[in-house]
Write a protein that binds this ligand. Structure first.
Ligand code: UDP
Length: 314
């Protein structure tokens, strides 16, 4: 049996990773989640399996259990959630990663760190390549997450250099799909839910800022390739995301059209340090993982709208 630990296993990404891992009869999957932003419903279909276990656990506390692989996803990831208690976010990023690295070191397990495009901050280089050191405001409202995740990357590489721990890092760009929390404030879920309910579509700033949105199934396939199909001495970091870039205002119009909604646009102030543009250069993922996203934004939005129709329609 391959003993796999997924931290943040009841969250948006973690729950999809668990579901994918459960397709292989060789995997015994333990999901940890403190349920601060994760939800039991996201893993409800897995709970009946005798190869799956859920433990409510805060990764800021050390965890000890023999494991072979660790997918370390635990951390609130939407700006609204990670800024709710910024000091808790930094502790989750830093202490959580430290605890998981200790676990990997103890059992000679492989650990995959879920890092983020936020390590590039408000990027001055476009699109972003892994070599870029980023442009992060160290004292801004996003720094708890950005610097926390940067420190987590630093810890991973130091464990590898100092103790020979088997680490891998992926930098995840904006991802969307089923299991996104309806109220976590991210743009795709907000726009879809607002459109379905006929509420105003909240555009931050003038909506000219860009993001590049990856459908969750594509992301998960890249994640598993990074863990299982790369040599131990390949640590990354590797960008994972969809390079199809779109402005926030164009996304709003697309969602309105696809849902047939007559919601109006409501312009709100741009939050502090909101990156102006973001698009991954995924050539390294292509070369090392033979990976690129397959799901177009239109197809992915269709599936996500369907999900929110079922859980969020009035
Ligand atoms: N955004 C928006 N309206 C919303 C939520 C977000 O215009 O209701 C903007 C947000 O300011 C940012 C972009 O959409 O420019 C993506 O925001 P999100 O929170 O999804 O992710 P991140 O900023 O971390 O990329």
């Amino acid at each position: 049996m391959n003993r796999v630990l997924v931290t943040g296993g009841a969250g948006f990404l973690g729950s999809h990773v668990c579901a994918e891992l459960m397709k292989s009869p060789d995997n015994y999957v333990t999901a940890l989640d403190d349920l601060s932003t994760g939800k039991r419903e996201n893993i409800a279909s897995l709970l009946s399996s005798d190869r799956f276990e859920f433990i409510q656990w805060d990764v800021r506390q050390p965890f000890d259990r023999p494991v072979d692989q660790i997918y370390h996803a635990a951390c609130p990831a939407s700006p609204k959630e990670y800024q709710r208690s910024p000091t808790s976010t930094t502790k989750t990023c830093v202490l959580g990663t430290l605890n998981m690295l200790e676990l990997a070191k103890k059992y000679d397990a492989k650990i995959l760190q879920f890092s983020t495009s936020e390590v590039y901050g408000n990027p001055l280089l476009h699109p972003q390549k892994e070599e870029y050191f980023g442009n992060v405001n160290p004292i801004g409202v996003r720094s708890c997450y950005d610097e926390g995740k940067r420190c987590a990357e630093s810890l991973c590489f130091d464990y590898a250099r100092e103790f020979g721990t088997k680490v891998k890092i992926i930098r995840i760009f904006n991802t969307y799909g089923p299991h996104m929390d309806i109220a976590d404030g991210r743009v795709v879920s907000n726009f879809i839910v607002q459109a379905l309910r006929g509420d105003p579509i909240t555009i931050h700033g003038d909506g000219s800022q860009t993001r590049s949105f990856c459908y969750v199934d594509d992301l998960v396939s890249g994640i598993l390739r990074m863990m299982n199909d790369t040599a131990d001495d390949f640590q990354g970091p590797v960008n994972l995301g969809n390079p199809e870039e779109i402005t926030v205002i164009a996304l709003a119009r697309k969602v309105l059209e696809m849902t047939g909604s007559s919601s109006r646009l409501q312009y709100l102030p741009l939050p502090g340090d909101d990156p102006v543009q973001r698009r991954p250069d995924i050539s390294l993922a292509g070369e090392k993982l033979n990976w690129k996203p397959k799901v177009s934004l239109d197809d992915g939005l269709e599936k996500t709208i369907q999900y929110f129709r079922e859980i969020a329609a009035p």
